[in-house]
Every structure is written in C-alpha cells, then in structure tokens.
Unconditional design. Structure first.
Length: 302
C-alpha cells in the first residue's frame, strides 16, 4: 500500500499538467513547446495542432511578397501602327473588308444581269469561260488575296480604333490597302512564273506589277471609305436617346450648395489667453481624495 504523502506518487498521479490527468511526463532532455501538447499558442507560425514541418503551408509573414506585374502600356491612338489583337479591332476589320465584298458583289451582279440579255449566263465564250464563272472569279477568287491581306492588317497592325482621330484612321486604311496590294503581287509571282514559261517574261511583269496595281488602287479607295464607316459605327454612342430632363442631360445638374457657417465657436478664454498680458482661468490641479485619518473613531472607553 502506497503512502498518500509520498511526493513521487502524488507527482505521478497529478500528471504532466498538475491537474490529476493521466498524461505521462515528457522524457528528460526533450524540448518543451510553450503551451503544452494540446496546441497552445506557439511562436513558430504553425496553427494549433499542426505538426512542425508538416504539409501545412500557412501565410508566411516574414517572407518576401511577390512582385506585382507592371501595367501594360496602352497603344498610342495617333500612331500609324498599333500592333495587337482585340474584339474591337476584328469587328472594325470585318466591317471594312466585308463592305468591299458587298460592293463588288452588287457591281458584278449588275454586270452579269446586263450581259445575260445578250449571252447565256452558263454558255461558254471566248477562252472557254462563262458569265457565271467570270462573275465568281472577278468578285471572290481573284481579289481574295487583297481581302485577306487587308483584313489581317486592319485586325492586327493598323486597326480601326475609335479612339484614333480620323486622319490616323485614313492613314491606316491606306497602309492596309498597300498590304492587300502586296498580297496580290505575291500571288502574281507564282501565277506569272507559270505563264512566263509559255508566253514569255512579260507575263511575269504583268502579274506582279500591272494587275496588282490595277486592282489594288480602286480597292484601297473603297477601303478608305469603308474604314471611315467602320470608325463611325464603332465610335457612335450606345443606347437610345435620353428624354429631356433625364439625369445626366445638360441643364439637370444642380449647383453645389453654399458652405454652411461654422457651428463651433472659439471660446472666449482661449481668445483672452492668446492676448498679451491677459490671464486665463486658473484650473486647479487634480488631487485624489484622501481617506480619513481615523474612520473608526477613537478607542472605546473601558
């Protein structure tokens, strides 16, 4: 039978925390964490109950913060070249180029209807072509390199930006027309090379220089007009017209109210204290209340 007064037994029964718990004491030489084994406040930055060096990755207050990304510099709307791709640039390029295709389609359709009164549209004539074949070739196939080159230039290099002034938009349209003309000349290098084998070297000069300029000049003039229309369309205000007197219309903003007078007036004592020779009100220093020297009275009579 153990002695209740044994200090070793009482220390063993009290446990590690001295409250009668049954946790064993830590071995000798083991490092002790402040707060104990139940997740007290720790100084290592690891949350309560998380193992040291475990997979938890909490906020590192002492580490270096990631460097912020530098802001992108917006393109200058007055420059001739503004590389970049966006939905607005693609929309402006589509409006400009598709408008040229529509003009060519209507013009070719009118010529096809006029010639069909004399020659059958599907009958072969001349070198073996038909009116319909010439219409498809003249409207879509032959000028297709110009369409592709002008569209790529307007969409990625010389966009129809609504922030740009009109002279800049016109200059970009001319550059896009030059890109389409160069595309026609590049295609003419291949077609002229095959034609030069049978017809001589003059055919190469015609396909590379003469025909691209013959088609590129009028297409560039039309591209200037269609780019201006696209610029006006993209820059027009969205939404319907506001009714007179609606919030935000001219004449509906009220003027700012006058500044109200001050409600706190300076005290007269402060004004007198600031004058030379004047004595302000003397405020006695704070004195704590003193207890009575003999609160219980004198000694009782015997």
């Amino acid at each position: 039978m153990s002695n209740p007064g044994d200090p070793q037994r009482s220390q063993h029964d009290r446990g590690y925390y001295g409250a009668g718990w049954s946790q064993p004491a830590p071995p000798a030489g083991a490092p002790q964490q402040p707060g104990g084994a139940y997740g007290g406040p720790q100084q290592s930055g690891v949350p309560y109950g998380a193992p040291q060096g475990g997979p938890y990755r909490g906020p590192q207050y002492g580490g270096a913060a990631p460097a912020p990304r530098p802001p992108r510099t917006p393109a200058d709307p007055r420059r001739a070249f503004a590389p970049g791709a966006s939905v607005t640039n693609t929309a402006g390029a589509l409006i400009a180029v598709v408008s040229i295709v529509l003009v060519e389609f209507v013009s070719g359709l009118v010529g096809l209807l006029g010639a069909s009164f004399v020659v059958h549209p599907f009958a072969s004539y001349g070198a073996g072509g038909s009116l319909v074949g010439g219409f498809v070739s003249g409207v879509f196939a032959t000028p297709f390199p110009f369409y592709a080159g002008a569209f790529l230039a307007l969409a990625f290099l010389t966009p129809v930006d609504r922030r740009s002034p009109l002279p800049t938009v016109l200059l970009r349209a001319v550059l896009a027309g030059a890109a389409g003309t160069i595309a026609l000349a590049l295609v003419g290098v291949f077609t002229g090379t095959f034609s030069a084998v049978r017809s001589g070297g003059a055919q190469l000069l015609i396909d590379v220089v003469t025909r691209p300029l013959q088609s590129g000049v009028p297409f560039t003039l039309m591209l200037i007009a269609t780019s201006t229309a696209a610029w006006l369309w993209l820059g027009r205000p969205r939404g319907g017209r506001r009714a007179p007197g609606a919030p935000g219309t001219p004449g509906t903003v009220r003027p700012a109210d006058a500044v109200p007078p001050a409600t706190v007036q300076p005290s007269s004592q402060q004004g007198q204290a600031g004058q030379p020779g004047a004595q302000g009100a003397q405020v006695p220093p704070y004195a704590p209340p003193q207890p009575p020297s003999n609160p219980w009275g004198g000694p009782a009579p015997r």
